[in-house]
Design a binder for this molecule. Sequence first.
Ligand code: THU
Length: 162
Amino acid sequence: MKQDYNFGFDVYDDITDLTKVDAALLTEARLITQKAYAPYSNFMVGAAAIFNNGEKVFGTNQENASYPVGICAERVLLASAGILQTDEPIKTMAISYNNLSGAGQSNQPITPCGMCRQSLAEYENRVSQPMRLILSGMEGKVIIIQSAAQLLPLSFGSDSMK
Ligand code: THU
């Protein structure tokens, strides 16, 4: 038996096609890339999220001279979310980046790394609510995904341990 995995997502030409609320969140993600600590990659990532209650939380990547110690913006954000609002669902997270390394471009949507996908799925599971993801760079195309778990098919989670 063969099974398929499909999911749909929305693609927009740029930020002007988004709702006001989504555009504001993406603008904040773009702005906070300035606070990334990325002296090794010069790949400045910013994340901004809004809880169900309207409160916001932010994250940027935090690198380290010992490279594997560095943490992505998404997981920095989720760590803050966990202490700011215990078990409060995040409705939407916007992620952007500014690639300051040489000829790097910043106009294609970013997609979270594998480790962050696992963390995002755990957060959704914990608060029993899908988290929308708004993915972009400093300009150009925007992708919106309705649930972070869609980025991690056949994932390992708490149910796997029952
Ligand atoms: N990075 C993030 O913060 N989020 C992503 O979604 C992709 C990658 C960071 C990790 C590292 O500091 C730099 O970007 C280059 O990989």
